[in-house]
Design a protein around this ligand. Structure first.
Ligand code: SF4
Ligand code: SF4
Length: 294
């Protein structure tokens, strides 16, 4: 059976260039399935050469209550029991405020509260122009449970990898250190943290390193926009040494990355000869040797 390796690109905060770097790596890595697990703000698909959506799957995030007006006697018991003030004076449930605890459903004497799984988003399985596969998802506005949707994206990516006989899944993880990030990290074989040399970048890097240490995931670090502060780059190198992390390298600030985004391309596609593209190629070479050893 094929041993599928999962590599996740994460950042302790948004705006570090994580998705641009994941897109560029996807250009270089062969025989892989790509998964965008940033389900609250998926945008990797905008810079990939997608061919078509092969399959759309519905995502049900959890149960929410709904009062059926024809059965409701306006007794008010549901409003009394709801701890989240989700039920209005005219007995309509605000689906954003409803936490899905089910109390109103079980207590209603008229059985007027339906309590069903709600459609909370969609998961898309797409083909790419190089005949690869790309899986991403979108939450519907106001819906929750993005950790569960991340798990769905990862499962679908694994199924595609098995079908295609690919040994690698490249995951674009969400920013931060919350529940969706944990869902993206758990059980992966390699975490690549993209950071930037600023006080906020250093602070968030430490927090996400704590997470990857906790889950005992082999971790490597890339410093993006490395030329904006040499002392923070040095501090990041030292942090890697102190924590047994792989220091993958640096990518200098490159305005062409923004231009590439405007053209819906990765930097390697848009400006293959620029300094940042060269730095990403070097990082890819190091990653290849790490992946071979996993
Ligand atoms: S408890 Fe049931 S019957 Fe009473 S107001 Fe609420 S929904 Fe209507
Ligand atoms: S399910 Fe719970 S949170 Fe939602 S409206 Fe009913 S009592 Fe309130």
């Amino acid at each position: 059976m094929t041993h599928i390796k999962e590599m996740v690109v994460v950042s302790g905060k948004g705006g570090t260039g994580k998705t641009s770097i994941t897109g560029a790596l996807s250009f270089l890595l062969q025989d892989k399935v790509i998964a965008d697990c940033d389900v609250d703000a998926a945008n990797l698909h905008m810079i990939l050469n997608l061919d078509e959506v092969l399959l759309t799957k519905e995502f049900f995030g959890g149960k929410k209550a709904r009062i059926v007006p024809e059965r409701c006697t306006h007794c008010g018991k549901c409003r009394d029991v709801c701890l989240y003030d989700a039920i209005s004076e005219d007995f309509v449930i605000d689906l954003v405020s409803c936490e899905g605890c089910g109390a109103c459903h079980f207590l209603c004497p008229a059985e007027a509260v339906d309590f069903d799984e709600r459609l909370a988003g969609y998961c898309y399985i797409c083909s790419t122009e190089d005949n690869g596969r790309f899986v991403f998802a979108e939450m519907l506005p106001g819906e929750e449970n993005s950790g569960k949707l991340v798990a769905m994206v990862r499962n679908e990516a694994r199924e595609e990898a098995k079908k295609m006989g690919h040994e690698l899944i490249l995951i674009d993880g969400p920013p931060g250190i919350g529940c969706p990030v944990i869902s993206s990290l758990t059980g992966t074989h390699l975490a690549v943290i993209v950071t930037e040399p600023t006080p906020a970048g250093a602070h968030d890097l430490k927090r996400i390193v704590e997470l990857t240490n906790h889950f005992q995931i082999k971790t490597a670090v890339v410093v993006n926009k490395s030329d904006i502060n040499a002392s923070y780059v040095e501090a990041t190198r030292q942090l890697c040494k102190d924590n047994g992390l792989v220091y993958l390298g640096e990518i200098p600030y490159e305005p062409k990355i923004t231009e590439a985004q405007k053209e819906a391309k990765t930097i390697l596609d848009f400006a293959p000869q620029c300094v940042a593209s060269g730095a990403i190629r070097e990082i890819h070479t190091k990653l290849q040797s790490i992946l071979e050893e996993l």
